[in-house]
Write a protein that binds this ligand. Structure first.
Ligand code: ASP
Length: 350
């Protein structure tokens, strides 16, 4: 090739490169646009769904629930406001709710048929879709911390029973005496459930939960400044449960799910239904495959699919742009959300 040809080729290539640089949008600007569209953070929590009616709630009790939910939101919000991750916000918010005896998780967990507390929890992050979960643990003070350790410090997703307890000890996770979990109210609920069962001549094998069931599981979903989503759920399960029964809460895809491409979800309700209909994942799937909004997907799953099948409960979900949905098909659901400049706690259909 002659020098003239080389010069021509060089000029052409430079022109192509230059025009490419001018027409390709600046990726940093692009990202800024997306970030401008979504809030700096978004957070939602639940404290369980069920038969929660104004008529059955004393003002003192209602105030206690509202205050606890507000404090939980504040914990998560402070982490997110200060640039913390959604994973930390979810973890610490749930730790607070587990330590609060008002909720059916950690301290305040319901009793199983043998008068013991068996705790389940799970956590998932949306960027790498890593997840950890524990089932039927009975000495771990904060099962969500153990679930997170399973995610970060083991090559597994779900550990249960004695093995999970052993892993907790190896990881230096705080364990407590069984009486830490005891509350008189939950104990009374067990006595009532057993009496109801006896009166009806039931065996517990295929029975529905008592008619005035209050679920009480806790959960949190969050979106952080970096656009990462996370979800977590923690529970004592269902009163009077038998045979090491696990509900949806420790099952990734049923009670908990997170993926940065769409949403983060945490569920509460009659777990068997949430497992069978893969509820948390179904919300994600409706958004990812059908292009539904988080509100549409949540409504379709909770108020249509679950209702048709007889599955009671609700969920909280946040999408990648910070939109929040809190659908439930029960009488009420302890819930709340926070975004910059907004913080709200709700219980009934209000
Ligand atoms: N989903 C939980 C379970 O079935 C119960 C609840 O949400 O209260 O174990």
């Amino acid at each position: 090739m002659s020098t003239t040809k080389y010069t021509l080729l060089f000029v052409c290539l430079s022109a192509i490169l230059l025009s490419a640089c001018q027409t390709t949008p600046n990726p940093t600007e692009n990202q800024a646009t997306v970030q401008n569209q979504r809030p700096a953070y978004a957070l939602a929590i639940h404290g369980g769904a069920g038969t929660l009616s104004r008529a059955n709630m004393s003002p003192e009790k209602e105030n206690a629930y509202r205050a606890a939910l507000d404090s939980a939101l504040l914990i998560g919000e402070t982490i997110l406001k200060n640039g913390g991750t959604s994973l930390d916000a979810v973890t610490q918010t749930i730790v607070f709710l587990e330590d609060c005896p008002l909720f059916n998780a950690g301290r305040g967990a319901v009793f199983n048929h043998d008068g013991k507390n068996e705790l389940d929890a799970s956590i998932m992050e949306g960027s790498g879709q890593m997840a950890g979960a524990v089932g039927s643990v009975s000495t771990v003070k904060n099962p969500i911390l153990l679930a997170r350790a399973v995610m970060e410090k083991s090559s597994h997703v779900l550990l249960t029973g004695l093995g999970a307890e052993q892993f907790a000890r190896e990881q230096g996770i705080e364990t407590v005496d069984a009486k830490w979990f005891y509350t008189q109210e939950r104990w009374n609920s067990l006595q009532e459930a057993m009496e109801e069962e006896k009166q009806a001549g039931k065996t517990g094998a295929i029975d529905a939960p008592p008619t005035d069931y209050k679920f009480g599981t806790v959960g949190c979903v969050a979106l952080d400044h970096a656009g990462n989503l996370a979800a977590g759920t923690s529970t004592g399960g269902m009163t009077n449960k038998r045979w090491n029964r696990l509900g949806d809460s420790p099952i990734i895809g049923a009670g908990t799910y997170a993926s940065n491409d769409a949403c983060a979800v945490s569920c509460t309700g009659h777990g068997e239904f949430f497992i069978r209909y893969a509820v948390a994942h179904d919300v994600w799937a409706m958004m990812a495959y059908k292009g539904l909004s988080v509100a549409e997907a949540g409504d379709a799953v909770v108020n249509k699919k679950l209702v048709e099948k007889g599955g009671e409960g609700g969920l909280i979900a946040v999408d990648k742009n910070g939109n929040i949905a809190l659908p439930f098909n029960s009488e009420g659901m302890y819930r709340g959300y926070a975004k910059p400049g907004e913080r709200k706690v709700l219980i009934y259909k209000e």
